[in-house]
Design a protein around this ligand. Structure first.
Ligand code: MIC
Ligand code: SF4
Length: 649
């Protein structure tokens, strides 16, 4: 019997194969699917290559929120393509300007108790409304859109019991940074968090969504809150009372792990450069001078985040040395604030109002000056993600951001020594869905895909050869994020063009990586990436697998991998291998030539894979830890080939 916690009860309802239990490979069919423009063009290209003419799921939507700057024609051409693809495959289409997908979805489409799959690591934001939302890679999402089950490892569920309530000036962002501090050095792979306890009722849906959003930084499978009276209040204000199904865990619910958090003890927190896991109380870094403050993103761009900022800045001026950017997460947030005069407060204080989009969070605009210091309310501060390799980025709450913007230095908002702004959620938000296009009911003639000249098919490596000769092109340490593998920022516009985007693989680590890799590829020598713990943490972008693959990377050997990136490697035919011990990691150096004499056979028949360092003659084994299904996928050269080999399965 599955423990009747919320997460397992949603999984049980959607289960099509496997058995619920920690670490078991399960297959599920989702109630909703979400893609965004940065990962979405590839999803549609995969769908085309899978020979699908329409999708077979219940509700799917594509949000244009990442690539919106329009620096060159690529963004607009991607939008045109996505719009035509949504019409062809029958997805809803949320136009540029409507806002960041996770927040728009929370406002307009979230359903308590439903399961969502999304090609983005921050879909767990929707757990704030009692939905189980799981991030996937693009090709997996394309497969799921065709009606195939989505396979992943069933998580362990940690019960997080919240007690008491937050003190003035302390916010949901501080809660999640506090929890990150408690869990950062624990094993969070294959873990999901379920929030329970008396403190839950003190948090609104947008606050809960901030907390579930940043579970992604711990590499969690997902995070969820129950759906209760607060959820109903939020849905009523969205004019969606009928969707506010109450959804609570049974009294007999069981959990695998436990954590208690006393909300009244949480203090304003900050994540220091260059990791969201590097958390400390704000007071420990107070006084750090700032050049830029940026408020917004899917973590902290809600009405409830921004109105207190406006109130804090009302009739005051942002410090003269600080450039302050505010980006309401959605058009609804912007319009509701506009109607109530809060946008005027921000403007009068000297804030620069930015578009409702990902923008600064992904380094797509507002890159800080070299060597400067930026404080942001977003969720990731990996080196270079802001668009500036040597900028120092701190992450904090909107209130800490507002207080710090006034002072020109990092400041605990409690030290402003005035009452915290009083916030009341509106009874009704401004509701305007006119930028969301519904799919046409029945097309009279087939919809033409409008594909611009930079929209290129994803690579297909073909079946894995029986043996591999390869060069170690790069040896990396721990915590390499997908932003390290493939930065977004000014190269984000090449998301639809793998050969072009691939020129920037490891751009901030080894600028000549792409050139050297392509030289090897021409000589039919495969390339290997070697790394430490948690390789591929962060963003779900499958480009971090596809672009190295385009450059001839066929194997990654690491101490451990992050969940979504591990799946992306397999689904694109790149073999992820793990060191048996730290000692083996030290046996490989950059520029070594390695031979995998029986890689294909060993994957099929053994738990380990042998390799020989042809420079030193040293031989040793690494392990793969792949399921039978995953082995068949890497041998086929990725998920598309695997599906093509089994047309009727
Ligand atoms: C992110 O926050 O890192 C992104 C950009 O939204 C990514 C997706 C992408 O790279 O397109 C994510 O979270 O998965
Ligand atoms: Fe967009 Fe940033 Fe949210 Fe990713 S984390 S979806 S880039 S706002």
């Amino acid at each position: 019997m599955a423990p009747s916690n919320l997460i397992y009860s949603i999984l049980e309802k959607n289960l099509v194969s496997g058995r619920l239990g920690p670490g078991e490979e399960i297959g599920v069919r989702a109630d909703q699917m979400l893609i965004q423009d940065g990962t979405g063009t590839m999803v549609f290209l995969h769908l085309g290559l899978l020979n699908q003419s329409r999708v077979k799921n219940r509700f799917a939507i594509c949000y244009v929120d990442h690539n919106t700057l329009g620096d060159g024609p690529e963004n607009a051409e991607d939008h045109r393509f996505l719009r035509s693809a949504c019409a062809k495959y029958k997805l809803h289409y949320s136009r540029a300007g409507n806002g960041i997908g996770h927040q728009v979805h929370l406002e307009r489409f979230a359903k308590p108790g439903a399961l969502l799959l999304g090609a983005d690591s921050h879909v767990p934001t929707l757990g704030g409304a009692g939905m189980l939302a799981i991030g996937t890679g693009g090709v997996e999402l394309a497969a799921a859109l065709t009606g195939a089950p989505h396979y992943f490892d069933c998580p362990r569920v940690m019960q997080v019991t919240l007690r008491s309530k937050l003190k003035p000036w302390v916010t949901a962002k501080d809660v999640i940074l506090h929890i990150i501090g408690l869990l950062a050095d624990k094993d969070t792979v294959g873990l999901a968090l379920e929030y329970t306890g008396p403190g839950v009722a003190s948090l609104s849906v947008p606050q809960r969504a901030t907390i579930t959003n940043m579970g992604a930084e711990l590499g969690l499978t997902s995070s969820i809150f129950p759906s209760d009276a607060r959820t109903r209040t939020f849905f009523n204000a969205q004019g969606r009372g009928k969707d506010a199904k109450l959804f609570k865990p049974a009294k007999t619910a069981e959990y695998h792990e436990f954590l208690e958090v006393d909300l009244s003890k949480v203090v304003p927190m900050v994540a220091l450069p260059h990791s969201p896991l590097n958390v400390k109380p704000v007071r420990e870094v107070a006084g750090q001078k700032l050049d830029q403050v940026a408020v917004g993103s899917c973590t902290n761009g809600s009405y409830e985040d921004l109105v207190p900022v406006a109130l804090c800045l009302r009739k005051r001026k942002v410090h003269s040395k600080v450039d302050m950017i505010v980006a309401p997460a959605t058009r609804q947030v912007f319009q509701t604030m506009l109607a109530k005069g809060y946008i005027a407060d921000l403007s009068q204080a000297g804030c620069r109002l930015a578009e409702s989009a990902c923008g600064f969070c992904i380094g797509h605009g507002h890159a800080p000056a070299r060597g400067s210091v930026s404080l942001r309310t977003s969720n990731r501060n990996y080196r270079g993600r802001s668009g500036t390799a040597d900028a120092e980025v701190y992450l904090a709450s909107p209130l800490t951001a507002a207080a710090s913007a006034l002072r020109g230095e990092i400041c605990d908002p409690r030290d402003l020594k005035r009452p915290a702004p009083r916030f009341t959620a509106p009874k009704r938000y401004v509701i305007d869905d006119s930028l969301i296009e519904k799919p046409p009911k029945a097309a009279r003639k087939p919809v033409e895909l409008l594909r611009g000249p930079d929209i290129m098919d994803p690579p297909n490596p073909g079946p894995l050869p029986a043996s591999l000769n390869a060069e170690v092109l790069i040896c990396l340490g721990d915590d390499i994020s997908t932003d390290d593998i493939l930065p977004a920022g000014r190269w984000l516009k090449h998301r639809s063009n793998v050969p072009e985007y691939a020129k920037h693989v490891f751009a901030n680590h080894a600028p000549n990586f792409a050139t050297r890799a392509l030289e090897n590829k021409e000589r039919e020598i495969a390339n290997i990436v070697v790394a430490g713990e948690r390789y591929g943490q962060g963003s779900s972008r499958e480009h971090a697998a596809m672009c190295p693959l385009h450059l001839g990377v066929r194997v990654v050997v690491a101490k451990s991998f992050e969940r979504i990136h591990f799946a992306n490697l397999i689904n694109h035919g790149v073999v992820p291998l793990r060191f048996l011990d730290d000692h083996s990691y030290d046996r490989i150096r950059e520029d070594d030539y390695l031979e995998f004499p029986w890689i294909a056979r060993e994957l099929r028949k053994s738990e380990t894979v042998s390799l020989r360092n042809t420079d030193t003659g040293v031989e040793f084994k690494v392990k793969h830890g792949l399921t039978r299904r995953q082995i068949a996928i890497v041998l086929a050269g990725g998920l598309r080939n695997y599906i093509a080999e089994r047309p009727n399965s």
